[in-house]
Design a protein around this ligand. Structure first.
Ligand code: ATP
Ligand code: MN
Ligand code: MN
Length: 301
């Protein structure tokens, strides 16, 4: 006996594979934005966020009670996120193997939000070529007291110095205080080589202008300077992913901008999760065409 399934009704929406519980829970008390708002933002922004976020190990900043309460940084998990979030085995320095998380689609982003995640940080390599980074990042961390214009000029300086080495780079507003200078790479060189390049490059800049830049993490040495944080470029390190929300006041997001636009931007927290429509528009604009894309490998340094 063949039992035919009834044909699906034409306009029946597919139920979301991920149910957001407590959608009205306020997780950004400073602007009364809720878990539901964040989930909606993630679903809306997914088409432009996923190219940077999908298929790479992510670490999540989870704040189950909202950003004003306890948050924690989660790198791996054995399965509590559900089937929308995938795992890739990563061998750690000590030889242990841990299931790192990655997503492939909007449901995956939503599943992370359901688990209280606010921030998506990503490895510099994808799960397909875990040992070969597809981008290098210089995270510019200004000392308190410096203003955004200093950071902006520093970013432009890095851009020019990278260009002299034949490398194209792109600015990402972190959504916090600083700017990340993103250098796309064809996955070829392995982590130690990329780390070494980033280290030498940052040190060279700091040596050339010691009053302006510092390339060591020591807080005391940062006074009045911009720390060129090159340590994002080692295996296992992460950086905030484009379009991720930040667990900071007023729900800012990390946002790609063009070098030209950057000159007229006054804060790294220029856009928030309330700006999904504008961010989507911008992503399709001429200014951002080709952002983050360059087929290039590291020269000798
Ligand atoms: P800002 O522009 O305000 O500096 P940011 O995203 O660059 O924002 P940083 O503090 O400079 O923030 O960078 C911290 C980096 O270290 C993040 O990119 C993140 O991936 C990583 N990180 C943050 N928290 C932890 C943690 N608890 N353990 C390991 N790595 C972390
Ligand atoms: Mn930073
Ligand atoms: Mn940093």
């Amino acid at each position: 006996v063949v039992i035919e399934e009834p044909a699906p009704l034409p306009d029946t929406p597919r139920p979301d594979a991920v149910t957001i519980t407590h959608p009205d829970r306020v997780i950004f008390p400073d602007s009364t934005l809720t878990k539901g708002d964040l989930a909606a933002y993630c679903r809306a922004i997914a088409p432009v966020m996923l190219p940077w976020t999908a298929n790479r190990p992510v670490s999540l900043v989870r704040c189950p009670q909202g950003r004003a309460r306890a948050c924690f940084f989660q790198k791996h998990d054995a399965g509590s996120f559900g089937e929308q979030v995938h795992h890739v085995d990563v061998t750690e320095k000590d030889g242990s193997v841990e299931p790192y998380l990655y997503v492939t689609d909007a449901d995956g982003l939503a599943a992370c939000v359901q688990m209280g995640s606010i921030e998506f940080h990503g490895w510099g390599s994808s799960v397909a070529t875990l040992e070969q980074p597809d981008r290098m990042i210089f995270d510019l961390d200004p000392d308190e007291g410096l203003d955004f214009a200093d950071t902006r000029q520093a970013a432009e300086h890095l851009k020019n110095q990278l260009a002299e080495l034949g490398l194209t780079s792109f600015p990402l507003l972190s959504g916090g205080k600083g700017i990340h200078v993103v250098v796309p790479l064809t996955p070829q060189a392995r982590w130690p080589a990329v780390k070494d390049f980033a280290d030498r490059f940052a040190r060279a800049l700091a040596q050339a202008e010691p009053d302006r830049f510092v390339a060591v993490a020591t807080k005391a040495k940062r006074k009045g300077r911009i720390f060129i944080d090159w340590l994002r470029n080692q295996r296992g390190a992460t950086a905030i992913l484009p379009y991720s929300a930040r667990a900071r006041a007023h729900a800012p997001v990390a946002a790609p901008v063009s070098w030209t636009e950057l000159r007229n931007i006054d804060t790294a927290a220029r856009w928030t999760i309330a700006d999904a429509a504008e961010l989507l528009d911008r992503a399709g604009s001429a200014a951002l065409a080709g952002w983050g894309i360059a087929d290039q490998t590291l020269p000798d340094l």
